[in-house]
Design a protein around this ligand. Structure first.
Ligand code: KE4
Length: 427
């Protein structure tokens, strides 16, 4: 595959950006080779600067559930842009997107828009601390909630990919208030509540872990978190930046029928433009300035372009039929890749919830970070590169999720299974 132009761009980019990229996981550090520079996206496909076409399963890390450059989304952005790009003042578009989100996620009674998932989780944790007047928070080993200081403790995604134990630059005093439990292990959570009585403001959890690769919650885990947080007076935050509009039409909170106190969102709600949000119980959200004393702000929050893109994207995934088709496509892909690996005698674990999935090169069923970190990263890198050669663009890390879109039609899924079959046939 000719990637000469990407090579030239990467050489130039490395002089300008740390590692040549503007987000670490894009650097292909865990899978070898170098990142491809992208010319354009269209539907289920990415086209790089050398003219290579790939079926895209990254989809801007889950953001593009309607695929690249969907005409309805592009039209909405173009129309909005003719009226200006930012007002720094309220607009009806914020109301429209908020109401649309609440139609999908009725547990959200009040919401605040920000510009990224990191801003959403950072703000939700500040709010939990303000509401409970407590300082400590619980997160889970291998889960990633963005790059705010207090969350870069035993985190997943790029932190795990690059083998960074945590991150320098996070003061020990900040990290000390972040307690880490094991995903799918309620005893590890209860032990922290017993050890720090009256000090824990909240739990933040990816209700389906996606940032250590996809690891579903075991039966009773999320219910147990709900019970413990209620019992100990702590705030339960579902970080649905990834799972929202991905694992179910109503997110993980609908799929598992759990009512979190706060929910954080991002990715899909911006339709590919920068939007994050946090919301939930009105009693808690009323603490947010200017209504309450907890301060959080943003120059471009509620930006009309981003609101318009989000409104358009969500309008395309409202119908139950859309979700039935997404489930059918994702299930077919999962079965096809598993069958190809089994025929080749290559041990893999396929995990999937709704439209997010991971292929682990491991003989151990993934249930938490400890069972995920033993996966064979060398084999994953080989799989990634061979799939790329066969026209399929996967997330460049074993500790990430793959995603499908409404544009991943049956022939696209068939082509992907064909690529996987070829890769394993010549393994
Ligand atoms: P952003 O700040 O990247 O918009 O969102 C942070 C975030 C928060 N919560 C969850 C569950 C997330 O998955 C993320 C971001 N996800 C990563 C991919 N695993 C973004 C990709 C990247 O870092 O480049």
């Amino acid at each position: 595959m000719n990637i000469n132009k990407s090579i030239a761009f990467f050489q130039e980019a490395q002089k300008l950006f740390p590692g040549g990229v503007n987000s670490p996981v894009r650097a292909f550090r865990a899978v070898g080779g170098q990142p491809l520079f992208i010319e354009r996206g269209e539907g289920a496909y990415l086209f790089d600067v050398d003219g290579n076409r790939f079926i895209d399963y990254v989809l801007s890390w889950g953001s593009l559930i309607t695929g690249h450059a969907h005409p309805t989304v592009i039209e909405a952005i173009q129309q909005a842009a003719t009226k200006g790009t930012s007002y720094g003042a309220p607009s009806p578009l914020e109301i429209d997107l908020a109401k649309s989100i609440m139609d999908f996620l009725p547990n959200i009674e009040m919401i605040r828009f920000v510009n990224s998932g990191t801003e959403a989780t950072m703000s939700a944790l500040r709010l939990a601390r303000a509401y409970t007047k407590r300082d400590k928070i619980i997160k889970f080993d291998g889960c990633y909630h963005g790059h705010a200081d207090m969350l870069l403790v035993q985190a997943g995604s790029g932190v795990a990919t690059l083998g960074l134990p945590d991150s320098p630059g996070v003061p020990a005093t900040v990290a000390a208030d972040t307690l880490v439990a094991n995903f799918n292990d309620l005893d590890s959570v209860e032990a922290l509540f017993k050890k720090y009585p009256g000090q824990i403001a909240g739990i933040i959890v990816e209700p389906v872990a996606g940032n250590m690769g996809v690891v579903p919650p075991q039966t009773g885990f999320l219910e147990g978190l709900r019970k413990l947080t209620t019992e100990y007076g702590a705030v339960l935050i579902f970080d649905e930046v990834m799972t929202g509009f991905r694992v179910h039409r109503g997110g993980a909170q609908t799929l598992y029928n759990i009512k979190p106190d706060l929910t954080t969102l991002g990715k899909v709600i911006g339709g590919g433009l920068p939007v994050g949000a946090y919301g939930g119980k009105k009693e808690i959200m009323q603490m947010v300035a200017p209504l309450g004393p907890m301060y959080q702000a943003g120059t471009l929050s509620g930006n009309p372009l981003a609101m318009s893109a989000g409104i358009a994207a969500l309008s395309l995934i409202r119908e139950e039929e859309c979700w039935r088709k997404l489930e059918q496509a994702a299930a077919k892909l999962e079965a096809g890749v598993l069958s190809a690996a089994q025929h080749a005698g290559v041990p893999i674990q396929q995990t999937r919830v709704g439209t997010m999935f991971t292929t682990f090169f491991s003989e151990t069923k993934p249930t938490d970070w400890n069972t995920v970190k033993v996966a064979n990263k060398i084999r994953f890198g080989k799989f990634f590169q061979k799939m790329l050669e066969n026209g399929v663009y996967l997330a460049p890390s074993q500790f990430e999720a793959g995603f499908i879109s409404t544009m991943h039609t049956d022939d696209v899924i068939e082509k992907t299974i064909g690529a996987g079959t070829e890769v394993f046939r010549t393994w």
